[in-house]
Ligand binder design. Structure first.
Ligand code: ATP
Ligand code: MG
Length: 878
């Protein structure tokens, strides 16, 4: 069975059991402050378990792109070394939200594995939670009895809290789980050692393939467990491991999921896979990492220097170095795998094939830039390791690791990895110290803490009314006190709110909450989405008492919102203009919309020319003048929205229903959750501020609209008025400025000529004053020249024209002392002189410093009064 069929059968099986099949959420976690990347199938459904929001169906199944390279789940170190952990992998999952529970879930997993996939029953083991007295959770008798009836007692293993109790995080939903393991060893080995004893023992062929989690409890901040009102099922099966089992392989990399890439690498390097431990590891690492990189980029996360972007850069550099060291790839090679992957995942994760060229280009540029320093960095690291070992230790110092990071772009984990290959280690805390010392900033959210939410009443529906209202009477559902770097803050959830929570690039609203009974008000500084909640932020602790009040009027800062809205609608108008003027390849790569400006990042490979920018600006302003009415459609099925031609926005997670924003169906149709003007005339004016590059193949335009655009034009007009006045109101101002520039440059030329003449004369004069003879000529003089450069050239020319000349020229230029020392080559050699050293000593007399080469050096100093002393010292030196 091919991997494509295996995936299809999983989805078809659960569809036949009444499950709704949904697409994978993007790899890059959005709206979730606790996660950088999606690391499990349940991440996108977290809210449903917490009781915030209602799932589109009580039964859901999908395949989710997961990345386990940071935070609580980090498998990076094992990837490539073992054969069953990946950075990015697909997690097949089925969910019950308060619907079926253990009995159905376990029976179905058994049916799918043994009836549909026909995996051998005698090779399967299951685990059940043994209970934990300290936590007060009992043995999972229910799961035990169910399995006993299906597989028999002898195939059940009891597991402890570490293996068989699943928790989402420090707090939140949790419960016992039941894992399914499979023994893929050959019969001889199975006969020798029973599989049961190898379960959970890190044996590469006795692996966990599926985990069924039963969410029954919620973990509170004080550590206690509370029963959930309704119970849920959350399962996750590793797709690549499943393929290994069904295709009868002993390594995930031997399946058709990875063989395409591996064979490409084998052919390119001329080294067969399976020949050597290290070249095999390299091929596995590359075949694995390229998937994580490609899917992160196609989900909108570009490699960069911070946070999620740096995680991607690190993974990429790790792979490049394996290719370089073990497969002899000295030129970019990773990007060549993209067409292969795009093809392989078309129809599953189409975001790659639709951005194939872009993704390949970004990777190519990253490779080029890292390969530039890689070889020198590796030489340096070798040397550092040798020196370290010579000192009798096996641990590279924090400073060494920092140097490699800072100068050669070696991520810390890469240095650690290479060190480990030599049996060495790194001083990671030392590195952190070195890093902190340089940047002098500690990690941002260290010491952040949060108390439990204070619930005032239960609310099923938390709604946003801000598309239609700016003021709204409602109640506080809950609030939470949090402490972070910024101090103590409060998060407030309202039953319904006009405050727009930051998303899709649009910043959150600010405003006030008025409490009717007490007449008090508190300021809301920002509004953010947290999972699916709309969270209002304040620093005002009076919320602790006011929250109890029955009625609160939520009012947003309307003029700020209007400015934001105008920038958002203009972003849509501009995106459409970009597509028409630059081409269909333009896709959104990032967006920011606030009250000051709009910023839009998009894929495009060249600089946008001034002419194009003007066309774009004109087109947008024409659409504004046409006063096109907004057509806003809420709750449109996603398929219908796509038919209308809506361009999917960047990295958003869409439910089955979306909001479609149209300004003229032939011009701009977008899926968008933001706020918009009722008709484009409200925008009044659009003005581009700048165009620049943000990353390989990504351009950025910043623009302003409405009042901000008028302010800009007014400011420019004012400046123009001032210029006209300064130039005494000429008839044609442009001509006047042009002729001014021309005059200026011709004057400069004349001056330069005069100066050159003067220097010639000065040189002739100075030549007369050279003293000494034969082996040592010298000239020590204060002269009058306009620039330090002239001084240097003069000294240098003289020392070239005369053998054995020591020429020190000193001048006072703009109230400062300038020194130039040139020594003829012969003299440098015969007396081993060093002009750089000499001038540094002399410069002390004028409170300055300088340097240069042995035959030519310059210096400057604050104190020209010291010049006579400089000359005296130099004469003494001679
Ligand atoms: P393991 O102990 O093997 O690391 P896990 O306990 O971390 O697995 P879960 O968090 O329960 O795994 O995830 C569910 C399933 O996802 C696992 O049963 C496994 O098949 C798969 N899986 C987990 N981590 C990886 C990974 N890094 N690469 C590939 N598949 C994985
Ligand atoms: Mg794990």
């Amino acid at each position: 069975m091919t991997s494509t069929e295996i995936r299809q059968q999983f989805l078809a099986f659960f569809q036949s059991k009444g499950h709704l099949i949904v697409p994978s959420a993007p790899l890059v976690a959005k709206n979730d402050p606790t996660l950088l990347f999606n690391n499990s199938g349940m991440a996108q459904f977290k809210d449903f378990f917490l009781g915030n929001g209602t799932p589109p169906s009580k039964r859901i199944a999908d395949t989710q792109k997961c990345l386990r390279v940071s935070g609580k789940h980090n498998d990076l170190e094992d990837v490539g070394f073992d054969t069953y952990h990946h950075t990015m992998f697909e997690m097949l999952g089925n969910w019950s939200f308060g619907d079926y529970f253990k009995k159905e879930a376990l029976a179905w997993s058994w049916e799918l594995l043994t009836k549909v996939y026909k995996l051998p029953k005698e090779r399967i083991y299951v685990s059940v939670f043994e209970g934990d007295a300290k936590d007060g959770v009992p043995f999972d008798q229910e799961a035990f009895d169910i399995w006993k009836a299906i597989v028999g007692e002898e195939r059940i293993i009891l597991g402890n809290k570490k293996d068989n109790f699943w928790e989402m995080g420090e707090t939140g939903p949790c419960g016992p789980c039941s894992e399914i393991h499979i023994d893929l060893r050959n019969q001889d080995e199975v006969d020798r050692i029973p599989g049961k004893s190898l379960v959970n023992a890190d044996h590469p062929q006795v692996v966990e393939i599926w985990n069924n989690v039963f969410m029954q409890f919620e973990r509170m901040a004080d550590g206690s467990l509370v029963s959930l009102p309704s119970k849920h099922v959350d399962t996750g099966m590793g797709f690549e491991r499943l393929c290994m089992a069904i295709q009868g392989k002993q390594s995930n990399y031997d399946t058709d999921v990875f063989q395409g890439s591996i064979q490409h690498l084998a052919k390119k390097s001329g080294i067969a896979y399976g020949q050597d431990q290290w070249t095999d590891i390299a091929m596995r690492v590359i075949a694995d990492h390229i998937r994580a990189i490609a899917f992160s980029i196609s989900d909108g996360q570009l490699p960069s220097n911070a946070k999620a972007g740096y995680v991607i850069r690190r993974i990429l550099r790790r792979a490049v170095r394996y290719g370089y060291t073990y497969l002899g790839f000295k030129e970019p090679f990773m990007h060549e795998l993209i067409p292969l992957l795009a093809q392989q995942f078309s129809g599953v994760f189409d975001e790659l094939i639709s951005q194939e060229a872009f993704v390949a280009k970004v990777i190519y540029e990253e490779e080029v830039s890292f390969l530039r320093t890689l070889s020198t960095g590796l030489v340096r690291l070798d040397k550092l390791m040798e020196e370290t070992q010579a000192k009798g230790t096996q641990i590279l110092t924090g400073e060494d690791v920092f140097e490699l990071n800072d100068t050669y772009g070696f991520p810390v984990d890469l240095t650690a990895l290479i060190a480990r290959e030599k049996g060495m280690d790194i001083d990671e805390p030392g590195f952190q110290q070195a890093l902190n010392a340089q940047k002098n900033r500690s990690r941002k959210d260290a010491g952040a803490s949060a108390e439990d939410w204070v619930n005032l009443f239960d609310s099923d529906e938390i709604s946003f009314v801000g598309y239609d209202h700016t003021t709204w009477t409602t109640r506080v559902v809950k609030y939470q006190k949090v402490q972070n770097k910024a101090g103590i803050q409060y998060k407030i959830v309202l039953e319904s709110t006009p405050f727009y929570a930051e998303s899709g690039g649009q910043v959150g609203d600010s405003g006030f909450l008025y409490f009717k009974k007490s007449g008090k008000r508190i300021a809301i500084s920002d509004t953010k989405k947290e999972n699916d909640l709309i969270v209002h932020w304040t620093t005002d602790s009076s919320i602790e008492e006011l929250a109890q009040e029955e009625e609160v009027v939520a009012q947003i800062d309307e003029s700020r919102r209007n400015a934001i809205t105008s920038h958002h609608s203009s972003t849509h108008l501009m995106q459409a203009a970009l597509q028409q003027i630059l081409g269909k390849h333009v896709a959104q790569k990032g967006s920011l919309v606030n009250e000051q400006l709009l910023r839009f990042d998009f894929s495009h490979f060249q600089k946008v020319t001034d002419e194009e920018l003007k066309q774009i600006e004109d087109m947008v302003n024409t659409k504004i003048a046409a006063n096109i009415p907004l057509v806003e459609e809420r709750n449109v099925p996603i398929s219908l929205a796509k038919d209308k031609g809506a361009m999917a926005l960047f990295g958003e997670k869409y439910g089955d229903f979306v909001r479609v924003i149209t300004f003229d169906p032939t011009y701009s149709v977008e899926l968008c959750g933001g706020t918009h003007v009722k008709s484009t005339g409200e925008i009044a004016l659009f003005k581009i501020l700048s165009e620049s590059s943000v990353a390989t193949g990504v351009r950025r335009i910043e623009a302003v609209t409405s009042q901000k655009a008028f302010d800009l034009l007014n400011q420019q007009a004012n400046q123009l008025d001032q210029i006209i006045e300064l130039l005494k109101a000429p008839k044609d101002i442009v001509k006047a400025v042009a002729s001014l520039i021309e005059q200026n440059s011709s004057l400069q030329k004349t001056i330069a000529q005069y100066q050159a003449n003067e220097i010639k004369l000065l040189k002739a004069e100075l030549t007369q004053q050279i003293l000494g003879k034969g082996e040592l000529l010298y000239l020590i003089q204060q002269v009058a020249v306009p620039q330090a450069d002239a001084l240097k050239n003069l000294a240098f020319d003289l020392s070239n024209e005369h053998q054995n000349l020591f020429c020190l020229l000193v001048a006072e230029i703009d109230g400062k002392a300038s020194l130039a020392l040139a020594i003829s080559k012969e003299l440098v050699a015969s007396k081993s002189l060093d002009a750089g050293k000499i001038i540094r000593d002399l410069a002390k007399e004028v409170q300055g410093g300088g340097g240069g080469q042995a035959f030519l050096a310059t210096a400057g100093g604050q104190n020209p009064q010291g010049i006579p002393q400089v000359i005296k010292l130099a004469q003494q030196f001679i």
